[in-house]
Design a protein around this ligand. Structure first.
Ligand SMILES: Nc1nc2c(ncn2[C@@H]2O[C@H](COP(=O)(O)OP(=O)(O)O)[C@@H](O)[C@H]2O)c(=O)[nH]1
Ligand SMILES: [Mg+2]
Length: 310
């Protein structure tokens, strides 16, 4: 004896209240399974209504998904590449990592944020190209809110503009980022330096106060290395390699600027962190190779450290 159709409709509505996404889909499916299989009449109408709900739920899930464009974080830091269309962002991403992405001579070749991992001094850093930040992005023009959301999650920003373009080419993007209230450590990269007779040297002066201005060409490996160094400086991280029994690990730890010997020991292992009495240091923060230091000794990028335990 099936539930009266009016009761079923009531129960169905109550079970769907407050449910969205996969939870709602599962509930609708369960309800469809409980529904008597009449082809006509009120039960058939209920089936049609539930099937419609299924479609609408799926559509909403898709829209929500597009609205967020989340980029899964990988690596020690996440650096966003922004700039006007055709600034060479995709080309840089490609040159700095080994992914294949579309590049083109026309605007908006890339429509979604594209993440790529690059290795800087043996540490993986995630670069994310953020395309199409147009005038009004902070008011969601061109799906700008979601793109700015990705930017908000990043640790730092690399503004890209072609060296041959006027500085104003970055104005729209800078304004939109500011209007969204996003403030991050940032550098400017003058791209396609090979296209100018002076390699873009003249364009450098015209760029206002950023942490650094780097001229690059994807055709010039040295310029890409300088860019890697500048990006590393932006991360606010230092690379420290641990030494154990006279052997230095190839894999550095990425630690925040200001990290101490005790912080490194903690990263090696919680027990080492607790038992650490200090360390021996080789590298920029040591006055001489193998200097004996205490737990609170502040490390520097490029240090090698042997943690001493009691
Ligand atoms: N000569 C030269 N052309 C470049 C360089 N980087 C990018 N381009 C060209 O500039 C155009 C736009 O590049 P793309 O990476 O798609 O720009 P995006 O829109 O900012 O991602 C493409 O035709 C690239 O081949 C460079 O360093 N030198
Ligand atoms: Mg692109």
């Amino acid at each position: 004896m099936p539930m009266p159709h009016r009761t079923f409709a009531e129960v169905a509505k109550r079970r769907l209240v407050g449910k969205e996404g996969s939870e709602r889909v599962a509930t609708i499916r369960a309800l469809l399974g409980e529904l008597p299989g009449y082809r006509n009449g009120p039960y058939a109408d209920l089936r049609k209504w539930l099937e419609g709900e299924l479609d609408r739920t799926r559509l909403r899930a898709k829209v929500i998904h597009r609205d967020s464009l989340q980029v899964r974080r990988e690596g020690a830091a996440q650096i966003a590449l922004v700039g006007p269309p055709n600034a060479g962002k995709s080309s840089l991403l490609q040159a700095l990592s080994d992914i294949q992405i579309k590049t083109g001579d026309y605007p908006f070749t890339t429509l979604r944020p594209v993440p790529a991992l690059t290795r800087i001094g043996a540490v993986l850093v995630q670069l994310v190209e953020i395309p199409g930040l147009i005038e009004g992005a902070h008011e969601d023009r061109g799906g700008g809110r979601a793109l700015l959301g990705v930017l908000r999650n990043a640790d730092a920003i690399v503004y890209c503009r072609a060296a041959g373009e006027p500085p104003a080419a970055l104005d729209v993007v800078l304004r939109e980022v500011a209007a969204a209230g996003i403030e991050k450590p940032a550098i400017v990269v003058l791209t396609k330096a090979d296209e100018l007779p002076d390699g873009g040297a003249g364009a450098t002066e015209s760029t206002p106060a950023f942490e650094a201005v780097v001229r690059v060409s994807v055709l010039d490996d040295e310029s890409l290395d300088r860019l890697r160094d500048a990006i590393w400086a932006l991360t606010g991280l230092i690379r420290v390699r641990p030494r154990r029994d006279g052997r230095v690990d190839d894999e550095p730890f990425a630690l925040p600027v200001g990290a101490t010997v005790a912080d490194l020991a903690e990263r090696i292992h919680h027990d080492v962190g607790r038992a650490c009495t200090g360390g021996r240091v080789w590298g920029p923060s040591a006055r001489f190779g193998g200097q004996r230091v205490g737990r609170a000794h502040v490390l520097a990028d490029g240090d090698v450290v042997e943690a001493l335990v009691r």
